[in-house]
Design a protein around this ligand. Structure first.
Ligand code: FAD
Ligand code: SIN
Length: 543
């Protein structure tokens, strides 16, 4: 095993990780290590379609106040107003910054930025790029900057597998697994940033790519950090009803923003029965509307009717969606796309402040892996990319102001003991991980998905416990896939336990046995060392 020391380590090369690295490099002369378990450009970020929220001064009619109100309304009582205002106020500068890094947002003929509408927004305020390839454009611009930055040292195909926590609960570095050479390395650092994204792969149906296995949330939980609101999962209403490589292609909400409507395969437009905003109601509402229609009538999917959108508009606004649908024999200009809901985003995660501080000294988190309380119980469309860049910027300022130690901590008995567990082999299980993974993802979809109840959640917990009898590998695993499965198990358990504790329905958490919200909205917190704590979040989370 190799041992090295670095001032700053960022785990993850999505928009949150890349942006943190770039911003930090502008403020320090020290080396920054950026670790990513796949290719530099593979991430959830890369697949973002709809766009990024920007409250732009030239968009008369929009304001920070209006965006904050939309965010709070979608968040169903759990978005923190101060956090929402903090992020919204910084959105125009964040957009300017992205443009200065080379992101080209789509413009009208008169060179004004084009803005679109998505569900639960009161006004068009979403910037997009390449029509429906916003994530790809941003990810490309940022990753090129990172690749050309001599201060940033990239570790590709390298997976973070454990955090080093000393006896005083401070993060002192991490253990990584080099997937190509199948070797471990210990990196001592007093500033470790988790930017590992979401956990959609917990579910059998998801818009998230293979990398989204919740590793960072699982690592932080194992390390003793406080984790927040894990019961709140966003299921996107309109994924293409076809499975490929374990995920489903997204049909952006902005297609509805441009005028498409949902109907049953029998031709009934149904969303108006569920909400006054019909097809542009908050995401959780539209998803449940589809779920109930599919269940009641036994449909495999519903249909997105694009016939009211002019063909020319479809071609320029949604070139990527058009291309992928065509590859599957669907011509979107003919007006009907088969869609159904799929797991899309996790509102919960590692509890942080808006500067990315977690409850553990030396450990930071940003992006989808974190929970700043911006999104509450249900994220407003296109608010995620905005949160990534605003919080990454704050975090970079904070890190640059702190003293970055690089001393080795292997003398600490807790850290020494953990490292020794990665030096031994102890493999006793036989079943293939793929079978266990399929079982887990199916059981989570069926029992801890869009509509839950006590019985189903307990059934899922039982299956999880059975799986653990076959796969009980808390430390060293045989390969990268097993480490990901270890994360999926941890995150699934956190979702189930949080959902069991939450005896109400709110936003992305709907319980059939408690279909109404309680009068008082409460966040839920969990850490390895303590039971659930309910209550409103404080500025600096404490164990
Ligand atoms: P990610 O972009 O997921 O990046 C995580 C990174 O961490 C990856 O590089 C991954 O390889 C790496 N990683 C993970 N685990 C490890 C490990 N153990 N070791 C090393 N590296 C690791 N949001 C919007 O605001 N607007 C949109 O239009 C939009 N559209 C979306 C469309 C789709 C199909 C999807 C899936 C999501 C969409 N979202 C959208 C959500 C948004 O894209 C994500 O929330 C956001 O991009 C997350 O960014 P991130 O940097 O936190 O994580
Ligand atoms: C979409 O384009 O529908 C996804 C937007 C988001 O997840 O914010």
């Amino acid at each position: 095993m190799k041992f090295i020391q670095k001032p700053y380590v960022i785990i993850g090369s999505g928009i949150a990780g890349l942006y943190t690295a770039i911003k930090l490099s502008e403020k320090t002369d020290k080396e920054i290590v950026l670790i990513t378990k796949s290719d530099l450009r593979e991430s959830n970020s890369r697949y973002a379609q709809g766009g990024i929220v920007g409250v732009l001064p030239e968009n008369t009619g929009d304001s920070v106040e209006l965006h904050v109100q939309d965010t709070l309304k979608a968040g169903a009582g759990l978005s923190d107003e101060q956090v929402a205002r903090f992020i919204s106020e910084r959105s125009a500068d964040a957009i300017k910054d992205l443009i200065s890094y080379g992101v080209e947002f789509d413009k009208h003929k008169d060179q004004k930025i084009e803005l679109t509408l998505e569900g639960a927004h009161s006004i068009s305020r979403i910037l997009h790029s390449g029509g429906d390839a916003t994530g790809k454009s941003i990810e490309l611009a940022l990753s090129c900057k990172v690749e050309n930055n001599p201060k940033i040292h990239i570790y590709r195909k390298t997976q973070a597998v454990d955090l080093l926590i000393d006896s005083e609960k401070r993060c002192k570095g991490l253990i990584v697994f080099d997937k190509t050479r199948k070797e471990y390395e210990v990196i001592f650092s007093s500033a470790v940033v988790i930017a590992t994204g979401g956990a959609g792969q917990v579910y059998g149906k998801t818009t998230n790519p293979q990398i989204a296995t919740g590793d960072g949330i699982a690592l932080a939980y194992r390390a003793g950090a406080v984790i927040q609101n894990m019961e709140f999962i966003q299921f996107h209403p309109t994924a293409l009803n076809l499975e490929e490589n374990g995920s489903r292609f997204l049909i952006s909400e902005s297609v509805r923003g441009e005028g498409a409507r949902l109907k049953t395969p029998d031709g009934e437009y149904f969303t108006g029965k569920y909400h006054e905003k019909a097809d542009l109601a908050p995401r959780d509402v539209v998803t449940r509307a589809i779920f109930f229609e599919m269940k009641e009538h036994g449909y495999d999917n519903v249909v997105l009717d694009t016939s009211k959108i002019p063909e020319e508009k479809l071609k320029t606004r949604f070139p990527n969606i058009m291309k992928v649908c065509r590859e599957h024999g669907i011509d979107i200009t003919k007006g009907s796309i088969p869609v159904s809901p799929a797991a899309h985003y996790i509102m919960g995660g590692i509890k942080t402040t808006v500067k990315g501080e977690t409850s553990l000294q030396g450990l930071y988190a940003v992006g989808e892996a974190s929970c700043t309380s911006f999104h509450g119980a249900n994220r407003l469309a296109s608010n995620s990319l905005l949160e990534c860049v605003v919080v990454a910027n704050e975090l970079a300022v904070l890190l640059s102001q702190q003293h970055a130690e690089t001393s080795s901590s292997s003398a600490d008995c807790q850290i020494g003991c953990l490292i020794s567990l990665y030096e031994k082999n102890k493999f006793e299980y036989k079943r293939s991980i793929q079978t266990l993974k399929d079982t887990l993802r199916d059981v989570m979809w069926e029992n801890a998905g869009i509509v839950r109840d006590k019985e189903g959640l307990n059934r899922a917990l039982q299956v999880l416990n059975d799986i653990k009898l076959d796969f009980n590998q808390p430390y060293k695993c045989r390969d990268a896939e097993e480490y990901e499965f270890r994360s999926l198990l941890t995150v699934s358990e956190l979702i189930i336990r949080s959902a069991l504790m939450k005896k109400e329905s709110r936003g992305g958490h709907f319980r059939d046995d408690y279909p109404e919200p309680l009068p008082k909205a409460e966040n839920s917190f969990i850490s390895k060392d303590s039971a659930f704590i309910a209550g409103n979040c404080c500025d600096r989370p404490e164990l």
